[in-house]
Design a binder for this molecule. Structure first.
Ligand code: SF4
Length: 353
């Protein structure tokens, strides 16, 4: 399509939002913004971005940061491995690239946690390199305008990438990429695209045929894995017990209460008895009769059923030597928890902020 790049950049110039990361070409800051925006919407992303950049203004500060501090700042964003990957990548940049965060695609793609999308975004915006960015917004816009569909998923994604690359303005790739993403976010929206006022409505394949809702093709949704987390919130006067989550699972590195995971829904009594047996806790030192507080949390590939069982500890000696950490309740805000645990803590007035 002739003048596509020119038209979309013109549209962008008139309509773009004023966002903090658009005021810089610093590759470190662009990286931070891109990773955060993969997790959340713009409004929430702005406050996470500003806290992150205030705490870790450059790659050296980030590389020196404690894992717990990063997770605490990341708390609520989800995909905590991405935050840990950022720490790993920061250390690599400091140790192997003299602390200079790269803006070259080939260097970026070698860093942990940086894939084609993020490398293309940073390389085009900060390095002016001709790499097209493809995210959900870009996919939707190109699929609708050019009628790209009805292909196997991998072929479809390749076709979208090839189209974006063909259209890319090689002289100002960063502006072009941002323009296309912004157009998808503001004009060619997912459920209510603003077709009547759209600059492409005379040429848009899907709109002309009245088939906007059919583009892009819907991804087949895999059934989610159901998981059952029984948390035992053991109160010991002004203290409570927590533990650190192991790596290679959701919420890696975050804190939680002592946990029993079951592969099916079980009764409260069976959960408590299993927990006591597995952890060799003397049943006489623990009491609790309330029904657990329950939440359900839907993640991208799994659904977590959470049960918070409140227990009172009668004799703390019995719990010595376990991997659990005994902390003061007033210090709970110093630890990073999954947002579902935070919700529970707030509901129980154990956390106020
Ligand atoms: S006409 Fe509608 S569907 Fe086509 S690009 Fe514009 S907003 Fe998107």
């Amino acid at each position: 399509m002739q003048d596509f790049a020119k038209n979309i950049i013109l549209w962008y110039t008139k309509n773009k939002r004023d966002l903090p990361w658009r005021k810089t070409q610093n590759p470190y800051k662009i990286w931070v913004s891109e990773v955060i925006l993969q997790q959340t919407r713009i409004n929430q992303g702005i406050s996470y971005y500003s806290v992150f950049i205030t705490e870790f203004p450059d790659i050296n500060t980030l590389a020196r940061a404690k894992k717990d501090k990063i997770l605490r700042i990341w708390q609520g964003l989800g995909y905590y491995n991405r935050a840990l990957n950022m720490l790993f990548a920061a250390k690599t940049v400091v140790n192997e690239l003299n602390g200079s965060f790269p803006s070259d695609y080939n260097q970026l793609i070698r860093l942990k946690g940086i894939g084609d999308y993020t490398a293309s975004a940073i390389a085009s915006i900060s390095g002016n390199q001709p790499y097209a960015v493809v995210d959900g917004n870009v996919t939707r816009v190109l699929s609708r305008i050019f009628g790209i569909t009805n292909l196997k998923r991998t072929t479809f994604e390749k076709e979208i990438k090839a189209t974006a690359t063909k259209l890319l303005d090689k002289k100002q790739p960063g502006i072009f990429n941002q323009a296309l993403m912004e157009f998808g976010a503001l004009q060619c929206k997912s459920s209510v695209p603003l077709c009547k006022s759209c600059i492409f409505n005379e040429v848009c394949y899907a709109y002309i045929r009245g088939q906007v809702k059919d583009y892009p093709p819907v991804k087949k949704v895999q059934p989610k894995k159901e998981r059952y987390f029984h948390y035992f919130v053991i109160h010991d006067g002004n203290y409570v017990y927590i533990q650190n989550r192991k790596e290679k699972d959701i919420w890696a590195g975050l804190y939680e209460f002592p946990l029993l995971e079951t592969n099916r829904s079980v009764s409260d009594k069976l959960a408590l008895n299993t927990f006591i047996t597995e952890n060799t806790v003397d049943p006489a030192v623990i009491s609790g009769s309330q029904r657990p507080v329950t939440f359900r949390s839907i993640l991208s590939h799994q659904a977590i059923n959470l049960y918070f069982h409140k227990l009172e500890l009668i004799n703390k000696e019995n719990l010595k030597g376990r991997k659990w950490i005994r902390i003061k309740k007033k210090n709970l805000n110093e630890y990073a928890f999954p947002s579902q645990v935070i919700k529970y803590l707030k509901d129980q007035e154990l956390l106020t902020e």
